[in-house]
Design a protein around this ligand. Structure first.
Ligand code: GLV
Ligand code: MN
Ligand code: MN
Length: 411
């Protein structure tokens, strides 16, 4: 029996359904934010499945959760695959979770098929990929690749002032696992994920052979105004922080509208204080998420955003701060070729494509040859509770994944 034919579509689908109960929302999505009790529950469930199959389970100082199936050469550097189990506040049940469950299904399929590999195989659930609660996103994989960044990450606060190290300690207390050193050698890494865009569905392809990930940056814009009475204060005497924010934001939307619709610009979180209907806002802030395949374009637009803040905020002092920057990632040509070849061998339709979304693979690609496999999601909708994918597409992507991992683990 080949490892691909041992992939069980029903088991994979059921595992998605079981995980979707943890933080499940009425619209069928999930709210399982990083280092929440729901995240801990997902960790415990994955670990319980792993232990039932006799796989090793361990964690590290940022809470990445690893499941290890031994190879025949205990000293060989492992091949790794996985993604994340945390979600957006109104997230779908497949973003991230598919990559974790596909990696776990790959381990189970190899076990069921009685296939041994020379290298060990490790399935991983990276901590805090979404970056919606704690910044930066893709934190677990970033810390794995750069352990020197850990100390700074542990001090990050969520929007309610909870410090990451406290949330992490609570999570690891609720979902304990043996602790290993942060970061270890990896021979190669492949991540499966839903596409989160419409191209595969539009082109009637089952597999996306991912060639690259576009670069991304996040910023926060903070504006200081002056609180005043809404009924009595004339316009000329106002320092309205929100009014300045809207001037800045609308100029930014304009300057980031490109002819070929490649630059991505999003203001996703706006805060206005004190948040009283009849007080002129004394403070306003908003986040910016900006992405493009080329760093030079991001640099150019960063300069334009700074100019806008300087020019449009008066009479309110304002500042823009870069919170994170991740350069574009090109995946390894040999891994890309292998994914394409395995999709062909399984007679699955496929196309090469870059990723618009960020993924943990962008950090692990700095450590070892890496690649990604996409499967379609309904109407390309993601970061939405109605996100959907078919059991057969998920299984198809997992079949490609297990064949790729088996090949890499025998190199
Ligand atoms: C990950 O979810 C991203 O924002 O790309
Ligand atoms: Mn994701
Ligand atoms: Mn996401």
């Amino acid at each position: 029996m080949s490892s691909a034919s041992a992939v069980k579509e029903d088991r994979l689908w059921q595992r998605h359904a079981d995980m979707a109960k943890l933080g499940g929302t009425p619209k069928g999505g999930v709210n399982r934010q990083a280092l929440s009790p729901e995240d801990a529950a997902a960790r415990n469930l994955l670990a319980s499945w792993a232990k039932a199959r006799g796989f090793g389970v361990f964690t590290d100082a940022i809470g990445n959760l690893f499941v290890r199936r031994e190879g025949t050469d205990a000293k060989a550097t492992p091949v790794m695959s996985g993604s994340h189990m945390d979600s957006q506040p109104t997230g779908g049940r497949f973003d991230g979770m598919f990559g974790v469950l596909a990696a776990f299904e790959a381990l189970e399929a190899l076990e069921d098929a009685g296939v041994t590999t020379r290298r060990p195989l490790v399935a991983v659930a990276w901590t805090n990929e979404e970056g919606s609660r704690f910044q930066p996103g893709a934190m677990g994989s970033a810390a794995f690749a750069r352990p020197d960044r850990l100390a700074d990450m542990l001090e990050q606060k969520d929007w309610n002032g909870v410090v990451l190290k406290d949330a992490l300690a609570a999570t690891l207390k609720a979902a304990p696992a043996p602790m290993r050193d942060l970061g270890f050698p990896v021979a190669s890494y492949v991540e499966a994920h839903i596409e989160q865009g419409p191209r595969l569905e539009n082109e009637h392809k089952t597999i996306g052979v991912v060639t690259a990930i576009q670069g991304s940056r996040r910023y926060i814009v903070e504006i200081d105004g002056e609180e005043a009475h809404a009924g009595t204060t004339p316009r000329a005497a106002r320092k309205d922080a929100f009014s300045a924010a809207t001037r800045i934001a609308s100029a930014m939307y304009e300057v980031t509208t490109d002819a070929d619709d490649t630059l991505r610009f999003t203001i996703g979180r706006v805060e206005v204080a004190p948040g009283s209907p009849n007080t002129v806002p004394g403070k306003a802030s908003f986040t910016i998420d900006m992405r493009h395949p080329r760093n030079a374009v991001l640099d150019e637009h960063e300069r334009k955003l700074k100019e806008i803040v300087a020019a449009r905020a008066a009479p309110c002092p304002a500042r823009i701060t870069r919170v994170t920057a991740v350069a574009p990632t090109d995946f390894d040509p040999a891994v890309i070729d292998l994914v394409r070849a395995k999709a062909d061998a399984l007679a699955l339709s496929h196309m090469d494509m870059p990723s618009g979304a960020g993924h943990d693979a962008m950090h692990i690609a700095k450590l070892c040859p890496a690649g990604m496999i996409f499967v379609p999601c309904e109407r390309g909708i993601s970061h939405n509770e109605i996100e959907n994918a078919t059991p057969s597409d998920l299984a198809a992507g997992t079949r490609v994944l297990v064949e790729v991992l088996e090949a890499l683990a025998n190199r």
